[in-house]
Design a protein around this ligand. Structure first.
Ligand code: ATP
Length: 631
């Protein structure tokens, strides 16, 4: 209850949706007070126009349309909510069981889910309702619930899989808790937001499906719902008779109900999706599990997925070592979109490759740690690494499209990636391939294509689909869209972001184009000369970057929207990474440099606001104090 109120307070959309829903519920509940007439009684003259006793006129059978509208709200809402609840319950049970039990159970549930997902919705609804004919409203509810559960199951399974690997679930299993207890007490509360969102989206699906089926005359058209009102209005030629209100009233009702469900759903998403959660530091929503909350909610929820500690890496060259990454510490939370920006040559790619164990000779990791969940990536054997890569994390880089074999259809290449990691059933491969292509904005027909038949943007989407094929927990993207034009870049980025939200994966996105990142990221880290010089939530960075380098970088790129302005580059060049840099690396190019200080010592990274840190003497409290004392 209090969570619901908090949700309403924090999301105006949810509040608007909730108010609308309440109004419609009142309409349904107070129906007998809103009209003295029965919705089915055929006691009035036919085709009466709106006015007086009949605010919406009458049907050709002499029924009061206003009475039908208010009483029809009852069944429409009942069908929407009940089918939504049943579908969500089935989806939740399926998704959680698949994630918890894994193995054969997961495979079987996945096949069933995929079969339902690939079957086209409306024909499935029509066929199932033909089978269950005669059961009145309940058969319609059952039909809609049976066809509406798979999306929820899919999304819940991927979230539950991530949860299944969390410490508190491992601990609960280790202490001998029964599967039911682990699922219901440990995992389910952590998925409450997602389940609620799934409930409202399936309720929306239910309302629209009922209207669609009723409009087609399937189901029990003697019942009064907004769907059957539309059916009768159309069957009796309401529009030809000029009685447009008979169509408009239930149509508007359905539209308002759909809007209410969608708004509440958006609101829940707004509050529970990792992007917003991160911004508001609302870790409580994820950490709402009983054990998580009794143990250490903040610590549990804040546990990073990728944790880099003092990572140093570079290249061994005949002229000596190039230290391209210098003691970088960086964390990425589950489901987070971290942007990594910086000029060319500042070490972004080296960091990405070193952190994911893809740095090849002459590249080396000098020191530091890189952990993915519980795994120490730098300590994995090649065999362990092979198992983890693609399944737990994947990487997409600028030249990735070149990994596509020109003589194989893209479908086979997508299958190969999945088969190499144990997905063998043909149905599963096919369903997953279609789903992935839809996710990255490609048409199913494109699966048949050879790489040369696709544009650069489409090829890069194929590679992104391959990277997502095994639903890794982390995808590192190193300038995946740089070679593409700005519009395609943006489209792909938006699709990546949508996929991330749906599957709950974390993304590290690397680019030198900061303006692009500002739109998409939860948090941004700015690299310069091998170091992270500033790190902050994206909005905060946009509103108030502190490091002079970040400011210059922001001024160097045109915004994606707004008037075109001439932008200036950053004068000067970054220092060579072959040398030791014992002072601020940006000193030579900095407009605010303080000689005697910035060229003599290295600024440490200090927190200037929650989650916002910067390595610059302008913001160092110690230096400010020194200056103050000198005054
Ligand atoms: N194979 C190599 N041998 C020696 N030095 C290298 C090698 N690869 C990269 N470097 C150097 O390492 C530094 C960091 O390069 P890196 O590619 O990581 O930067 P980046 O920020 O990703 O640049 P870009 O945006 O151009 O990809 C650069 O100074 C580069 O010259």
């Amino acid at each position: 209850m209090s969570a619901g109120l908090a949700l309403l307070r924090r999301s105006p959309r949810a509040a608007a949706g909730g108010a609308l829903l309440l109004a419609l519920l009142l309409l349904a509940v107070l129906a007998p007070m809103l009209t003295p007439h029965s919705p089915t009684a055929q006691t009035f003259g036919p085709w009466l126009r709106p006015g007086g006793e009949h605010p919406l006129g009458t049907t050709p059978l002499g029924q009061d349309i206003w009475a039908q509208l208010v009483y029809g709200a009852r069944l429409t809402l009942l069908i929407g909510f009940t089918a939504g609840v049943v579908a969500t319950a089935i989806g939740t049970a399926m998704g959680l069981s698949a994630a918890y039990f894994g193995g054969r159970t997961d495979e079987v549930i996945n096949v069933v889910t995929n079969v339902f997902l690939v079957l086209p919705g409306l024909p499935l609804l029509i066929i199932t309702s033909a089978f269950l004919r005669g059961g009145g409203v309940w058969s319609i509810i059952l039909v809609i619930a049976l066809t509406g559960w798979p999306w929820g199951a899919r999304v819940l399974r991927s979230q539950a899989l991530a949860l299944r690997n969390r410490d508190f679930v491992h601990a609960a299993i280790a202490t001998g808790e029964s599967p039911a207890r682990v699922i219901f007490s440990e995992m389910l509360p952590n998925l409450a937001g997602l389940i609620a969102a799934s409930l409202f989206s399936t309720a929306l699906y239910a309302v629209l499906s009922e209207a669609g089926l009723a409009f087609l005359g399937i189901g029990d058209v003697s019942q009064v719902t907004w769907g059957t009102m539309l059916y009768w209005a159309q069957a009796k030629g309401a529009l030809l008779q000029g009685a447009w209100w008979w169509v408009a009233a239930p149509g508007l009702g359905i539209a308002l109900l759909g809007t209410a469900f969608a708004l509440v759903n958006f609101g829940i998403d707004e509050v529970t999706n990792p992007k917003v959660m991160h911004r508001t530091r609302a870790t409580r929503v994820l950490g709402r599990g009983r054990r998580a909350s009794t143990a250490a909610p903040e610590a549990e929820a804040a546990q990073p997925l990728l944790d880099l500690r003092r990572l140093s890496a570079g290249y061994l060259t005949p002229q000596g070592p190039v230290r391209a990454v210098r003691g970088v510490s960086l964390q990425v939370a589950p489901g987070e979109f971290l942007g990594l920006a910086g000029e060319s040559g500042c070490g972004k790619s080296t960091l990405a490759f070193a952190a994911t164990r893809l740095l090849e000779s002459p590249g080396v990791v000098f020191e530091g740690e890189a952990r993915l969940g519980h795994q120490d990536l730098l300590a994995l054997s090649p065999e362990e690494l092979r198992r983890v890569r693609w399944k737990d994390y994947s990487l997409v880089f600028q030249a990735s499209m070149n990994i596509l074999n020109p003589v194989l259809r893209v479908r086979e290449q997508l299958y190969d990636a999945m088969q190499a990691h144990g997905v063998v059933s043909r149905a599963q491969l096919e369903a997953r391939a279609r789903e992935l292509f839809a996710l990255v904005g490609l048409r199913e027909d494109d699966l048949q294509a050879y790489p040369h038949q696709l544009s650069g943007g489409m090829k890069q989407r194929v590679v992104i689909a391959i990277a997502l094929a095994l639903e890794p927990r982390l995808v590192v993207m190193d300038e995946p869209t740089t070679a593409l034009d700005v519009v395609v870049q943006r489209q792909i980025l938006q699709e990546i972001d949508a996929v991330r939200r749906r599957l709950g994966i974390s993304i590290v996105f690397i680019t030198h184009d900061l303006s692009l990142l500002l739109e998409m990221s939860d948090r941004i880290a700015i690299m310069y000369a091998g170091e992270v010089v500033e790190e902050a939530p994206a909005q905060e960075l946009f509103a108030g970057a502190r490091h002079p380098y970040t400011r210059k970088l922001m001024a160097a790129f045109p915004a994606l929207e707004g008037p075109r302005e001439r932008r200036e580059g950053i004068p000067g060049r970054p220092p060579s990474l072959a040398q030791d840099i014992a002072h601020c690396p940006f000193f030579e190019r900095c407009p605010s440099r303080m000689p005697g200080l910035c060229d003599a010592r290295k600024p440490a990274r200090v927190e200037v606001a929650p989650a916002h840190s910067v390595a610059c003497f302008l913001h160092s409290p110690a230096i400010k104090e020194e200056a103050h004392a000198a005054d």
